[in-house]
Design a protein around this ligand. Structure first.
Ligand code: AMP
Length: 145
């Protein structure tokens, strides 16, 4: 999908938000929802999405919704640092399939980086063990202010 097009209300993350598909939930408030990436690029890779906006990407979103979403990203990034003590922490976000986007509901990746550990591939490989993701989700959730 290019940068243009309509929001699909049945996209994967919309379905997770509605509880139609499972996820390892980390955090939820009135504005944002965070859960573990099922194909983690590193240990603790999570996703932060907005709950109300029907933005597919950064270009679509209302600035007020973006402000709430990025505040949530910072909150989750801080909790991830406290829980997992990574050596670094990448925040990424892709717009349009040619840029690497695979799910068209605006989201940010929070990806802990560990010294000397290469990043695994994006949205590929074997799905992570659900129990391991649940343990990580609880550890990160416990550090949210
Ligand atoms: P993007 O490619 O930037 O649109 O990011 C979508 C992300 O969703 C990728 O990192 C995928 O690994 C991740 N993903 C795909 N299916 C699921 C799922 N069922 N639960 C959690 N994350 C998923």
């Amino acid at each position: 999908m290019s940068l243009d097009g309509a929001y699909d209300p049945d996209n994967l993350f919309a379905r997770i938000l509605r509880g139609e598909l499972p996820c390892a939930k980390v955090y939820e408030d009135a504005d944002v929802f965070a859960f573990m990436d099922i194909f983690p690029q590193s240990r603790g890779h999570l996703l932060v999405i907005g709950k109300a906006s029907r933005a597919r990407n950064l270009l679509d979103v209302e600035p007020g919704d973006l402000a709430k979403l990025i505040a949530g990203v910072q909150r989750l990034a801080r909790a991830t640092r406290a829980a997992l003590k990574p050596d670094g922490l990448a925040v990424s976000q892709f717009n349009g399939a040619p840029a690497g986007q695979t799910v068209f509901h605006l989201h940010f990746h929070v990806i802990p980086r560990y010294a000397h550990e290469p990043l695994r591939g994006h949205a590929q490989g074997t799905a992570a063990d659900a129990d391991e993701l649940a343990v990580l989700a609880r550890a990160i959730a416990a550090e949210i202010d």
